[in-house]
Design a protein around this ligand. Sequence first.
Ligand SMILES: Cc1cc2nc3c(=O)[nH]c(=O)nc-3n(C[C@H](O)[C@H](O)[C@H](O)COP(=O)(O)OP(=O)(O)OC[C@H]3O[C@@H](n4cnc5c(N)ncnc54)[C@H](O)[C@@H]3O)c2cc1C
Length: 413
Amino acid sequence: MEEPSKHPDNTSPQPPGPTRPVLIAGGGFGGLYTALALASRRHHPPILLVEPQERFLFLPLLYELLSGELRGWEVAPRYDTLLASRGVAWLRDRITHVDATASCVSTEQGRELTYSRLVIATGSRGTSYGIPGVEELAIPFRSLADVERLQELVKHLRSRPRPLQRLALVGAGPSGVELACKLADLLGGSTVIELIEQGADLLPQARAFNREQARSALLRRDIRLRTHTKVLGLEPGRLELALTAGQQDGSHETLPVDGVIWTAGVTVAPPPITPAALLDGRGRLLCEPSLELEQTPGVFALGDVAHSADADGAALAATAQVAFQQADCLADNLLRSLEGEPLQPFHWNDLGEMISLGIGEASLTGLGLTLAGPAAYRIRQLTYLSRLPGLPHQLRVAAGWLSDLGSPLRSPR
Ligand SMILES: Cc1cc2nc3c(=O)[nH]c(=O)nc-3n(C[C@H](O)[C@H](O)[C@H](O)COP(=O)(O)OP(=O)(O)OC[C@H]3O[C@@H](n4cnc5c(N)ncnc54)[C@H](O)[C@@H]3O)c2cc1C
């Protein structure tokens, strides 16, 4: 499985010693699924996953964790449980620098780790775009801690309802829309919800059917969608807004709020690489079709941190579906690279899109299916069941769901 030890020039990766692992930085959709796919191949090389968090987070189901429709261990299984006896070593640490010439990474805890091949799968994170008050006062929605903060806020708003108490969600992309619907169902009419979007419409990238289903889900819940509205700043108890179109273009408004949830915008920050790797305009690592970095042999990237293109040359979206598909192709290419064989290009297969629209409801389009409502919710859940990491975890979750059959949806918090 080791590659031949000849490297004609010093830009090639160092010849791996017998114990140098394939090192994977980041255990999200890209990194964890690459590790599992590689570990499932016969005669795989040693695999080391470096990930600072204790639990993998299945982000598309974070809304169901908030609402209590799913349990913590289902949506956020521990890495030590997921990887037990799977042939993947896990190090709880964070990569801080990559020396691609020496085939070595540095970590936050002061380690120096050598690798035979490196996979960068460090994902993306939210950004406040530097808007005053957002970092300090708004609640993001990407982590277990964020879910807990929101559950506390929901409890608080439900327990002492005041007239005209108001929550603002900023960003009418999938996260903002899905979260607004779940929150409206959880708050049960106790709180006005405003969904604020600086663009012209909600879900600009979505299929028309899903967008229309989302629009009517918002209407049914009395969620007010404000488009062409820009957030200028956030202070305790109020949001400063500017309208950017229509008769009131340029006018400002102060909106009293009892909480602000920020789902607008993501950014990427891969660990710095020496010699510097090529980045696109958004800071993503430029990849060959094989997912190997352009001009940095031996280093691969996938998921949100990678700029890889579809057959028409357009950059692929930052979605779990893309990262999940890339992982399988990358596992093959890591083996090919170690064997000195030609690498295969990644081919993206668009399987459609699904969005949750409140408790027990969803909308989906793809593979010839267009469906909304409770049936779509069930299909979405079953689809994600088949995408959960590793068969043992899928079976544990399926067993839990089967034992829940016949009982009503788990009650919201
Ligand atoms: C709330 C929410 C809902 C979503 N819903 C959907 C959906 O329904 N469908 C869909 O297709 N996509 C969805 N997405 C997007 C999807 O989750 C991402 O596209 C996907 O997670 C990208 O996978 P990734 O591996 O690139 O990054 P991630 O899954 O974010 O994983 C990155 C990992 O890298 C780790 N890490 C970061 N820096 C370092 C470092 N320096 N060293 C080591 N480890 C590091 C992080 O801790 C993290 O575990 C959603 C995203 C969010 C936030």
